[in-house]
Ligand binder design. Structure first.
Ligand SMILES: [Mg+2]
Ligand SMILES: [Zn+2]
Length: 190
């Protein structure tokens, strides 16, 4: 059985502070490093999937995002197998980069990043069967709607009540709700 966990970034691994492209503003949430070690030690592959429309909005560059992810990678002892992001935004706007303006399939809640991970990392045994998604936003779980994936909503980022409503409206029921990543891992490894 595949043991892959797809982790959201902002509000799940690091504090939700809105758009940022400066590694110095990355603040890991309490317990995240330990939780990731527990998953890794239990044989899970860790893949980060994140919407980064700040790139399309002209707020920071792909290079800035790489620097943020390098910092994150250091802070969690190099455990993640991959970092996948959507740089796009579907709406044109002042300051937006037209090169990133598109209605893509990789912006969560679309499932594109999950499929991209499977294609890119199939040699590592990554498949969707038996996988898990963990995130603080409804769209982190909705990207796995209708897929055979365990869905865990965490309360460490966006207000959880709003996310519950969005999930209910979309007919998507989380398999579990947890206070934070540590508690999500407690449940997953129970
Ligand atoms: Mg998030
Ligand atoms: Zn995209």
């Amino acid at each position: 059985m595949s043991k892959t966990v797809f982790l959201d970034r902002d509000g799940t691994l690091n504090r939700e502070i809105g758009f940022f492209g400066d590694p110095n503003r990355l603040e890991l949430l309490p317990g995240v490093r330990t939780a990731m070690h527990r998953l890794h030690d239990a044989g899970y592959r860790l893949i980060i999937t994140t919407n980064q429309s700040g790139i399309a909005r002209g707020l920071y560059s792909e290079r800035d995002l790489t620097a943020v992810h390098s910092r994150l990678h250091e802070l969690v002892d190099g455990l993640p197998l991959a970092y996948l992001h959507c740089p796009h935004h579907p709406e044109p706007g002042p300051g937006n980069d037209p090169g990133y303006h598109r209605d893509c399939n990789c912006r969560k809640p679309n499932p594109g990043l999950l499929h991209e991970a499977c294609t890119m990392l199939k040699d590592f045994g990554v498949t969707l069967d038996g996988a898990t998604v963990i995130g603080d936003s409804a769209r982190d779980l909705l990207m796995a709607n209708d897929l055979p994936i365990t869905k865990i909503l965490v309360a460490s980022g966006k207000p959880i009540e709003d996310q519950r409503c969005k999930l209910a409206d979309a007919g998507c029921a989380p398999d579990h709700e947890a206070a934070d990543l540590g508690a999500a891992v407690d449940w997953l490894l129970r």
